[in-house]
Design a protein around this ligand. Structure first.
Ligand SMILES: NC(=O)c1ccc[n+]([C@@H]2O[C@H](COP(=O)([O-])OP(=O)(O)OC[C@H]3O[C@@H](n4cnc5c(N)ncnc54)[C@H](OP(=O)(O)O)[C@@H]3O)[C@@H](O)[C@H]2O)c1
Length: 241
């Protein structure tokens, strides 16, 4: 059954930017009561204006267990909880900086672990929890991120049983044009996106709006749990160099 989101309370960790912000806009348009949360009050304020609906904001740092615990202590019951917070890294096992690799695992895996642990128990039995991973594998390219993504899928499978009947799922995006890439110079980023786009069956790099409908599909699909949905323009059908 496709569930209505009207007046449903939806909490979006990492809803101030990129894919999370696109999902926040989409569910607000569907009539949900949306809370977006992240580390920067300034970014949250800008995002809230951009969403053009009555949105609540909250402060949370998913790298810090006590921050996650404190954030969820203020909630009574949530209909749907989604998490987008997570840092990525480049590099393989032999050439990556260890501290950066550990941060990627801490951020992407442990951050979502804390969200599942402290937020999962606040979700109504009819509700859902959706994590964000990434499409892989990409050996030599981002090993800690790829490992964290695999861990997130297993985390969801476990929680789908531990907090059942709450549904727990994962979306795995691929290259998506968001502020996550702002650390790379504009011309290099353009070059990278063009090179990847040429090799994708779909022929272009996703915008956040191309990925967001998959999250909506999960929220509204009352029989979907314990799965990871890749949204990757067909990337795994061929090798991307
Ligand atoms: N873009 C891609 O190509 C791509 C590909 C595959 C997977 N993904 C995954 O998709 C997710 C969203 O990425 P995006 O591209 O939309 O990135 P983005 O535009 O940089 O957005 C990330 C969001 O997460 C928040 N955030 C980051 N670290 C946080 C923390 N420790 N605690 C709380 N909030 C935090 C950010 O806000 P603050 O900075 O204010 O905290 C922001 O709202 C990430 O998990 C990313 O790894 C992205």
């Amino acid at each position: 059954m496709a569930e209505s989101l009207i007046n449903q309370s939806i909490v979006i960790i990492g809803g101030s930017s990129g894919i999370g912000l696109a999902v926040a806009k989409l569910v607000a348009q569907q009539g949900a009561k949306v809370t977006i949360a992240s580390r920067s009050k300034e970014r949250l304020g800008k995002a809230a204006k951009d969403i053009e609906a009555d949105v609540q904001i909250g402060m949370i740092d998913t790298l810090d267990e006590s921050s996650v615990k404190e954030f969820f202590a203020s909630f009574d019951q949530i209909d749907h909880l989604l998490c987008f917070a997570g840092d990525s890294m480049g590099g393989g096992v032999l050439n990556s900086d260890i501290a950066t690799a550990q941060n990627a695992m801490q951020s992407k895996f442990w951050g979502q672990f804390y969200v599942g642990r402290y937020g999962g128990t606040k979700i109504k039995p009819t509700g859902s929890l959706t994590f964000t991973a990434g499409s892989g594998p990409r050996p030599h390219q981002a090993i800690a991120t790829v490992a964290a993504n695999a861990g997130v899928s297993l985390l969801a499978e476990s929680l789908a049983k531990e907090i059942a009947p709450v549904r727990v799922n994962v979306v795995a995006p691929y290259y998506t044009d968001t502020p996550m890439w702002s650390g790379i110079a504009a011309d290099s980023r353009q070059e990278l996106f063009e090179r990847v786009a040429k090799q994708l069956p779909i022929g272009f790099i996703a915008k956040p709006e191309d990925v967001a409908p998959t999250y909506l599909h999960i929220l509204q699909s009352t029989y979907l749990t314990g799965i990871t949905i890749p949204v990757n323009g067909g990337a795994l059908l061929q090798t991307i160099e």
